[in-house]
Write a protein that binds this ligand. Structure first.
Ligand SMILES: [Zn+2]
Length: 332
Protein backbone atom coordinates (compact mmCIF):
# COMPACT_ATOMS: atom_id res chain seq x y z
CA UNK A 1 0.00 0.00 0.00
CA UNK A 2 1.23 3.44 -0.86
CA UNK A 3 2.13 5.51 2.23
CA UNK A 4 -0.27 8.24 1.14
CA UNK A 5 -3.10 5.73 0.91
CA UNK A 6 -2.34 4.47 4.39
CA UNK A 7 -2.36 8.02 5.65
CA UNK A 8 -5.70 8.78 4.09
CA UNK A 9 -7.13 5.54 5.46
CA UNK A 10 -5.88 6.47 8.93
CA UNK A 11 -7.30 9.95 8.49
CA UNK A 12 -10.65 8.63 7.35
CA UNK A 13 -10.72 6.16 10.26
CA UNK A 14 -9.87 8.92 12.67
CA UNK A 15 -12.62 11.17 11.34
CA UNK A 16 -15.12 8.34 11.50
CA UNK A 17 -14.19 7.28 15.02
CA UNK A 18 -14.05 10.82 16.31
CA UNK A 19 -17.44 11.54 14.77
CA UNK A 20 -18.90 8.35 16.19
CA UNK A 21 -17.70 8.80 19.73
CA UNK A 22 -21.01 10.16 20.86
CA UNK A 23 -22.53 13.40 21.89
CA UNK A 24 -19.93 14.33 24.46
CA UNK A 25 -17.26 14.77 21.80
CA UNK A 26 -19.65 16.25 19.28
CA UNK A 27 -20.84 18.77 21.80
CA UNK A 28 -17.31 19.84 22.70
CA UNK A 29 -16.54 20.91 19.16
CA UNK A 30 -19.83 22.79 18.72
CA UNK A 31 -20.09 24.40 22.14
CA UNK A 32 -19.69 28.16 21.84
CA UNK A 33 -17.62 29.93 24.47
CA UNK A 34 -20.67 31.89 25.61
CA UNK A 35 -24.12 30.33 25.60
CA UNK A 36 -26.41 32.06 23.13
CA UNK A 37 -29.71 32.97 24.75
CA UNK A 38 -32.21 33.04 21.93
CA UNK A 39 -34.68 35.31 23.67
CA UNK A 40 -33.81 38.65 25.18
CA UNK A 41 -36.77 38.18 27.52
CA UNK A 42 -35.13 35.25 29.30
CA UNK A 43 -33.29 36.40 32.41
CA UNK A 44 -29.75 35.27 33.07
CA UNK A 45 -29.54 32.37 35.52
CA UNK A 46 -26.87 33.28 38.07
CA UNK A 47 -24.87 30.10 38.65
CA UNK A 48 -22.96 31.49 41.64
CA UNK A 49 -26.22 32.36 43.32
CA UNK A 50 -27.54 28.83 42.69
CA UNK A 51 -24.29 27.36 44.02
CA UNK A 52 -24.71 29.41 47.18
CA UNK A 53 -28.26 28.03 47.65
CA UNK A 54 -26.88 24.49 47.34
CA UNK A 55 -24.07 25.16 49.84
CA UNK A 56 -26.47 26.70 52.36
CA UNK A 57 -28.58 23.53 52.41
CA UNK A 58 -25.55 21.26 52.77
CA UNK A 59 -24.29 23.43 55.66
CA UNK A 60 -27.28 22.34 57.74
CA UNK A 61 -26.02 18.74 57.60
CA UNK A 62 -27.93 15.76 56.16
CA UNK A 63 -31.61 16.74 55.80
CA UNK A 64 -33.08 13.49 57.08
CA UNK A 65 -36.68 13.75 58.35
CA UNK A 66 -37.04 14.02 62.16
CA UNK A 67 -33.61 15.68 62.57
CA UNK A 68 -32.87 19.28 63.59
CA UNK A 69 -30.96 19.82 60.33
CA UNK A 70 -34.06 18.82 58.37
CA UNK A 71 -36.28 21.16 60.39
CA UNK A 72 -33.83 24.08 60.06
CA UNK A 73 -33.38 23.58 56.32
CA UNK A 74 -37.15 23.43 55.78
CA UNK A 75 -37.51 26.73 57.64
CA UNK A 76 -34.75 28.20 55.46
CA UNK A 77 -36.48 27.12 52.23
CA UNK A 78 -39.77 28.63 53.38
CA UNK A 79 -38.00 31.89 54.25
CA UNK A 80 -36.25 32.02 50.86
CA UNK A 81 -39.37 31.36 48.79
CA UNK A 82 -41.16 34.02 50.85
CA UNK A 83 -38.28 36.45 50.25
CA UNK A 84 -38.63 35.76 46.51
CA UNK A 85 -42.29 36.77 46.53
CA UNK A 86 -43.94 33.39 46.09
CA UNK A 87 -47.33 32.60 47.53
CA UNK A 88 -46.47 29.91 50.08
CA UNK A 89 -48.21 26.63 50.81
CA UNK A 90 -46.66 24.31 53.37
CA UNK A 91 -48.07 20.81 53.61
CA UNK A 92 -47.17 19.38 57.01
CA UNK A 93 -47.87 15.72 57.44
CA UNK A 94 -46.59 12.56 59.05
CA UNK A 95 -45.60 9.94 56.50
CA UNK A 96 -44.86 6.30 57.19
CA UNK A 97 -41.58 4.86 55.97
CA UNK A 98 -40.95 1.29 54.71
CA UNK A 99 -39.87 0.27 58.25
CA UNK A 100 -42.74 1.96 60.07
CA UNK A 101 -40.76 5.08 60.99
CA UNK A 102 -43.07 8.08 61.30
CA UNK A 103 -41.53 10.91 59.28
CA UNK A 104 -42.44 14.50 60.15
CA UNK A 105 -42.56 15.90 56.63
CA UNK A 106 -43.19 19.14 54.82
CA UNK A 107 -43.87 19.70 51.14
CA UNK A 108 -42.89 23.33 50.55
CA UNK A 109 -44.68 25.03 47.67
CA UNK A 110 -44.24 28.47 46.16
CA UNK A 111 -46.73 29.75 43.56
CA UNK A 112 -46.29 32.62 41.11
CA UNK A 113 -49.26 34.20 39.33
CA UNK A 114 -51.59 31.85 41.23
CA UNK A 115 -54.68 33.10 39.35
CA UNK A 116 -53.28 32.17 35.92
CA UNK A 117 -54.82 28.88 34.67
CA UNK A 118 -51.85 28.26 32.37
CA UNK A 119 -49.19 26.75 34.62
CA UNK A 120 -45.83 24.99 34.62
CA UNK A 121 -44.82 22.88 37.61
CA UNK A 122 -41.16 22.76 38.67
CA UNK A 123 -40.06 20.39 41.42
CA UNK A 124 -37.20 18.77 43.30
CA UNK A 125 -36.84 16.86 46.56
CA UNK A 126 -35.24 18.60 49.51
CA UNK A 127 -34.71 15.70 51.94
CA UNK A 128 -31.55 13.58 51.83
CA UNK A 129 -30.95 9.87 52.08
CA UNK A 130 -30.39 8.50 55.59
CA UNK A 131 -28.26 5.67 54.19
CA UNK A 132 -25.01 5.66 52.20
CA UNK A 133 -26.10 2.25 51.00
CA UNK A 134 -24.23 2.42 47.69
CA UNK A 135 -20.90 2.44 49.53
CA UNK A 136 -18.91 -0.74 48.90
CA UNK A 137 -18.06 -0.82 52.61
CA UNK A 138 -21.22 -2.09 54.34
CA UNK A 139 -20.24 -0.52 57.67
CA UNK A 140 -21.05 2.87 56.09
CA UNK A 141 -24.54 1.91 54.93
CA UNK A 142 -26.31 3.48 57.90
CA UNK A 143 -24.52 6.84 57.63
CA UNK A 144 -26.61 9.69 56.18
CA UNK A 145 -25.25 11.42 53.07
CA UNK A 146 -24.61 15.13 52.47
CA UNK A 147 -26.84 15.06 49.40
CA UNK A 148 -25.14 18.03 47.75
CA UNK A 149 -26.16 16.72 44.34
CA UNK A 150 -28.97 14.35 45.37
CA UNK A 151 -31.40 16.84 46.77
CA UNK A 152 -29.67 20.16 47.28
CA UNK A 153 -28.69 20.80 43.65
CA UNK A 154 -32.22 20.66 42.25
CA UNK A 155 -33.57 22.81 45.08
CA UNK A 156 -30.70 25.29 44.70
CA UNK A 157 -31.36 25.68 40.98
CA UNK A 158 -35.07 26.20 41.65
CA UNK A 159 -34.38 28.83 44.33
CA UNK A 160 -32.36 30.77 41.77
CA UNK A 161 -35.21 30.39 39.29
CA UNK A 162 -37.61 31.68 41.97
CA UNK A 163 -35.32 34.67 42.51
CA UNK A 164 -35.41 35.41 38.78
CA UNK A 165 -39.18 34.96 38.47
CA UNK A 166 -39.66 37.45 41.29
CA UNK A 167 -37.72 40.05 39.29
CA UNK A 168 -39.18 39.24 35.84
CA UNK A 169 -42.87 38.35 35.56
CA UNK A 170 -43.03 35.38 33.16
CA UNK A 171 -46.70 36.01 32.32
CA UNK A 172 -47.60 32.42 33.15
CA UNK A 173 -48.33 30.55 36.35
CA UNK A 174 -45.33 28.81 37.90
CA UNK A 175 -45.42 26.45 40.86
CA UNK A 176 -42.24 25.36 42.57
CA UNK A 177 -42.56 22.32 44.85
CA UNK A 178 -39.87 21.04 47.17
CA UNK A 179 -41.01 17.51 47.97
CA UNK A 180 -40.03 15.88 51.23
CA UNK A 181 -39.28 12.22 52.05
CA UNK A 182 -38.29 11.25 48.52
CA UNK A 183 -35.11 9.48 49.54
CA UNK A 184 -36.20 7.40 52.56
CA UNK A 185 -36.93 4.42 50.32
CA UNK A 186 -36.25 0.87 51.35
CA UNK A 187 -32.53 0.09 51.35
CA UNK A 188 -31.27 -3.17 49.87
CA UNK A 189 -30.18 -4.33 53.33
CA UNK A 190 -33.76 -4.15 54.68
CA UNK A 191 -35.31 -6.65 52.24
CA UNK A 192 -38.98 -5.97 52.99
CA UNK A 193 -39.77 -5.65 49.25
CA UNK A 194 -42.60 -3.23 49.99
CA UNK A 195 -43.84 -1.25 46.96
CA UNK A 196 -43.79 2.54 46.68
CA UNK A 197 -41.44 3.22 49.59
CA UNK A 198 -39.74 6.12 47.78
CA UNK A 199 -41.15 9.56 46.95
CA UNK A 200 -43.49 9.67 49.97
CA UNK A 201 -43.88 13.46 49.80
CA UNK A 202 -44.91 13.51 46.15
CA UNK A 203 -47.23 10.53 46.71
CA UNK A 204 -48.95 12.51 49.45
CA UNK A 205 -49.19 15.65 47.29
CA UNK A 206 -50.54 13.72 44.30
CA UNK A 207 -53.46 12.60 46.50
CA UNK A 208 -53.74 15.96 48.30
CA UNK A 209 -52.67 18.75 45.96
CA UNK A 210 -52.18 22.18 47.54
CA UNK A 211 -54.89 23.55 45.25
CA UNK A 212 -58.12 21.65 44.58
CA UNK A 213 -58.11 19.99 41.12
CA UNK A 214 -54.59 21.25 40.54
CA UNK A 215 -53.57 21.31 36.89
CA UNK A 216 -50.37 22.20 35.05
CA UNK A 217 -49.51 21.96 31.39
CA UNK A 218 -46.43 19.92 32.22
CA UNK A 219 -43.84 19.46 34.94
CA UNK A 220 -40.06 19.46 35.15
CA UNK A 221 -38.20 17.57 37.86
CA UNK A 222 -34.62 18.56 38.66
CA UNK A 223 -32.62 15.90 40.49
CA UNK A 224 -28.82 15.67 40.62
CA UNK A 225 -28.21 18.68 38.39
CA UNK A 226 -25.02 20.00 40.00
CA UNK A 227 -22.29 17.41 39.51
CA UNK A 228 -19.22 18.51 37.55
CA UNK A 229 -19.44 15.41 35.32
CA UNK A 230 -23.22 15.36 34.93
CA UNK A 231 -24.85 14.04 31.79
CA UNK A 232 -28.60 14.28 31.29
CA UNK A 233 -29.97 11.53 29.09
CA UNK A 234 -33.62 11.58 27.99
CA UNK A 235 -35.20 9.62 30.83
CA UNK A 236 -37.38 6.67 29.76
CA UNK A 237 -40.69 7.48 31.51
CA UNK A 238 -40.38 11.13 30.49
CA UNK A 239 -40.07 9.95 26.89
CA UNK A 240 -43.11 7.73 27.39
CA UNK A 241 -45.37 10.45 28.84
CA UNK A 242 -43.87 13.79 27.78
CA UNK A 243 -41.75 13.18 24.68
CA UNK A 244 -42.59 16.53 22.97
CA UNK A 245 -41.47 18.44 26.07
CA UNK A 246 -38.33 16.33 26.40
CA UNK A 247 -37.40 17.09 22.80
CA UNK A 248 -38.12 20.79 23.29
CA UNK A 249 -35.95 20.98 26.40
CA UNK A 250 -33.05 19.03 24.91
CA UNK A 251 -33.16 21.07 21.69
CA UNK A 252 -33.18 24.36 23.58
CA UNK A 253 -30.23 23.15 25.67
CA UNK A 254 -28.29 22.25 22.55
CA UNK A 255 -29.08 25.61 20.92
CA UNK A 256 -27.79 27.39 24.01
CA UNK A 257 -24.53 25.45 23.98
CA UNK A 258 -25.30 22.94 26.73
CA UNK A 259 -25.03 19.84 24.55
CA UNK A 260 -22.17 18.60 26.71
CA UNK A 261 -24.70 18.03 29.51
CA UNK A 262 -27.93 17.32 27.62
CA UNK A 263 -27.17 14.17 25.64
CA UNK A 264 -29.28 13.48 22.57
CA UNK A 265 -30.02 9.88 23.51
CA UNK A 266 -32.52 7.99 25.64
CA UNK A 267 -31.26 6.67 28.99
CA UNK A 268 -32.80 4.48 31.68
CA UNK A 269 -36.27 4.76 33.25
CA UNK A 270 -36.43 5.73 36.91
CA UNK A 271 -39.16 5.83 39.53
CA UNK A 272 -38.84 9.31 40.92
CA UNK A 273 -41.22 12.07 42.03
CA UNK A 274 -42.26 12.67 38.41
CA UNK A 275 -43.95 9.24 38.24
CA UNK A 276 -46.33 10.03 41.11
CA UNK A 277 -47.09 13.52 39.76
CA UNK A 278 -47.99 11.90 36.44
CA UNK A 279 -50.00 9.03 37.96
CA UNK A 280 -51.84 11.12 40.55
CA UNK A 281 -52.48 14.36 38.66
CA UNK A 282 -52.07 13.27 35.03
CA UNK A 283 -49.44 15.94 34.44
CA UNK A 284 -46.79 14.87 31.89
CA UNK A 285 -43.37 15.35 33.47
CA UNK A 286 -39.77 15.54 32.36
CA UNK A 287 -37.04 14.27 34.69
CA UNK A 288 -33.74 16.10 34.23
CA UNK A 289 -31.38 13.85 36.17
CA UNK A 290 -27.71 12.91 36.04
CA UNK A 291 -27.51 9.40 34.66
CA UNK A 292 -24.51 7.70 33.17
CA UNK A 293 -23.93 4.85 30.77
CA UNK A 294 -20.52 4.18 32.31
CA UNK A 295 -21.18 4.07 36.07
CA UNK A 296 -21.84 0.94 38.11
CA UNK A 297 -25.42 1.86 39.05
CA UNK A 298 -26.76 3.97 36.16
CA UNK A 299 -26.32 7.25 38.06
CA UNK A 300 -23.06 8.97 38.91
CA UNK A 301 -20.70 6.96 41.11
CA UNK A 302 -21.32 9.43 43.96
CA UNK A 303 -25.00 8.45 44.11
CA UNK A 304 -26.08 7.42 47.64
CA UNK A 305 -22.49 7.46 48.89
CA UNK A 306 -20.59 9.67 51.32
CA UNK A 307 -18.95 11.21 48.27
CA UNK A 308 -22.08 13.19 47.35
CA UNK A 309 -20.47 16.37 48.68
CA UNK A 310 -19.95 20.02 47.66
CA UNK A 311 -16.57 19.02 46.18
CA UNK A 312 -18.43 17.60 43.17
CA UNK A 313 -20.73 20.56 42.62
CA UNK A 314 -19.92 22.98 39.84
CA UNK A 315 -21.77 26.18 38.93
CA UNK A 316 -21.47 25.34 35.20
CA UNK A 317 -23.73 22.30 35.59
CA UNK A 318 -26.30 24.21 37.64
CA UNK A 319 -26.20 26.89 34.95
CA UNK A 320 -26.90 24.44 32.11
CA UNK A 321 -29.93 22.99 33.88
CA UNK A 322 -31.21 26.27 35.31
CA UNK A 323 -30.80 28.41 32.20
CA UNK A 324 -32.53 25.76 30.09
CA UNK A 325 -35.51 25.71 32.45
CA UNK A 326 -35.68 29.53 32.43
CA UNK A 327 -35.69 29.40 28.63
CA UNK A 328 -38.68 27.02 28.76
CA UNK A 329 -40.51 29.53 30.96
CA UNK A 330 -39.68 32.79 29.18
CA UNK A 331 -39.25 31.70 25.57
CA UNK A 332 -42.14 29.27 25.24
ZN1 LIG B 1 -31.42 9.82 46.10
Amino acid sequence: MHPMTILSVILAFCLLSCGGKGNKEEAKSTTPAQPVISSTATPEFNADSAYHFVARQVDFGPRVPNTTAHKACGDYLIAELTRFGAQLYVQETTLTAYNGDRLESRNIIGAYNPENPKRILLFAHWDTRPYADQETDATKHHTPIDGADDGASGVGALLEIARQINQNDPGIGIDIIFFDAEDYGEPAFARTAKPDTWCLGSQFWAKNPHVKNYRAEYGILLDMVGHKEATFYKEGYSMQYAAPMVEKIWNKAREMGYGRFFIQATGGSYVDDHIYVKQGRNIPCVDIIYTSTESRNGFGDHWHTLNDTMDNIEPATLKAAGQTVLEMIYNR
